[in-house]
Design a binder for this molecule. Structure first.
Ligand SMILES: [Fe+2]
Length: 355
């Protein structure tokens, strides 16, 4: 059974309310009445009419104020203003406030029916349009999300593919991602924070895409010019990712994973806790994996020695808090699946670190 259309009639003259109610009942509407704007608003809340037909001059709250209030709380409900013929000015005020139409008393029922039908049609269109807009916004947001995640997947695959073809960097980003996440867990990061560390780790070196392999994998010492080119990769990576990544943390990892605690890093020479924490974490994970991996220009460092070295650089290069968490992670063998992590030897060689 379809619900009847609900009309609220507001008039301080009970006989007008009665006449209108009887007629509207007879043409198939569900009708309630109210003696003034104040009572009408209460009925709007409790009963939710589809249309209000309201007198203008009423005690307590008049029709103009009722229209004003309705516009704020239920702009979908059209109001037809009622007035005596001698009150044309008041009708103008009501129209100015947003009344949909007006009817003069005494009524011409035929005219009233036309006005009611048009007002209800306008409401239907208003709601339809609102739904359409909401739906459209949702669809646009979904689409944007889809495009972002596709692009992100493509960029990630590209980052991984670039590493894969080079035996020296094979799997580096995935390991930095894993180690960063393990440190974050130790430091009490929530799920969202861990996601940032994971993704940031995967993408941290994406800016190397634009750097010639001859420089990236040069066996000997880099010239100053070549080193300057290498140093562009964090800012370049951030530039590539900025249009598609909303999480600031991920962009911070990409841009700041080569900053150093003493301010001598790059690209922004940030110092101490000016370096975002997620980037300080990625810096430790990145350095550990780089040290323990083979490079074109050197042999891999054994895990325990790498950690000794990193401890000696704590405070100048690495954040002490992050190093504490990192060495705890290593002690607790959380990096067992890390192919380069020689856990047994760490245990033997780890100097006592931190409080
Ligand atoms: Fe890097």
């Amino acid at each position: 059974m379809t619900q009847k259309t609900k009309i609220l009639v507001v008039d301080d003259e009970p006989n007008i309310c009665q006449i209108l109610k009887r007629w509207l009942d007879s043409v198939g509407y569900e009708v309630e009445t109210a003696p003034d704007g104040y009572e009408a608003l209460k009925k709007v809340h409790a009963w939710g009419p589809d249309l209000v037909i309201s007198d203008i001059r009423m005690p307590r709250m008049d029709g103009v104020e009722l229209i004003r209030q309705l516009k704020l709380i239920r702009p979908d409900i059209p109001v037809i203003a009622l007035s005596g013929l001698h009150n044309a000015n008041i009708v103008r005020d009501a129209m100015k406030e947003g009344a949909y139409d007006y009817l003069f008393k005494p009524f011409d029922f035929e005219e009233a029916k036309i006005s009611i039908d048009r007002a209800l049609e306008r409401r239907r269109l208003y709601i339809e349009n609102l739904d359409y807009q909401k739906n459209l916004e949702k669809k646009v947001a979904e689409q944007a999300q889809k495009i972002r995640s596709l692009y992100l997947q493509a960029v990630q695959s590209l980052a991984i593919a670039l590493e894969e073809k080079d035996r020296y960097t094979h799997g580096h980003s995935q390991r930095v991602s894993q180690i960063s996440e393990a440190i974050g867990e130790k430091m009490g990061f929530d799920a969202e924070g861990l996601r940032v560390l994971r993704l940031g780790g995967l993408l941290h070196d994406i800016g190397k895409i634009g750097i010639p392999e001859s420089i990236l994998n040069k066996p000997g010492k880099l010239s100053k010019r070549e080193y300057d080119i290498i140093k562009t990769h964090p800012a370049e990576g951030e530039r590539i990712l900025r249009p598609i990544i909303e999480e600031r943390g991920i962009l911070q990892i990409v841009r700041h994973h080569h900053e150093r605690m003493d301010g001598s890093g790059y690209p922004d020479r940030l110092k101490g806790d000016k370096i975002p924490l997620v980037a300080r974490i990625a810096a430790v994970a990145d350095a550990f994996d780089a040290l323990t991996s083979e490079r074109a220009y050197r042999k891999p460092m054994e895990g325990g020695r790498a950690i000794d070295y990193m401890i000696s650089e704590t405070g100048t290069h690495f954040d002490p808090q992050v190093m504490k968490a990192f060495t705890d992670v290593v002690r607790e063998q959380r990096l067992l699946d890390h192919p380069k992590a020689l856990i047994q030897s760490y245990e033997a060689t780890l100097p006592h670190y931190g409080p």
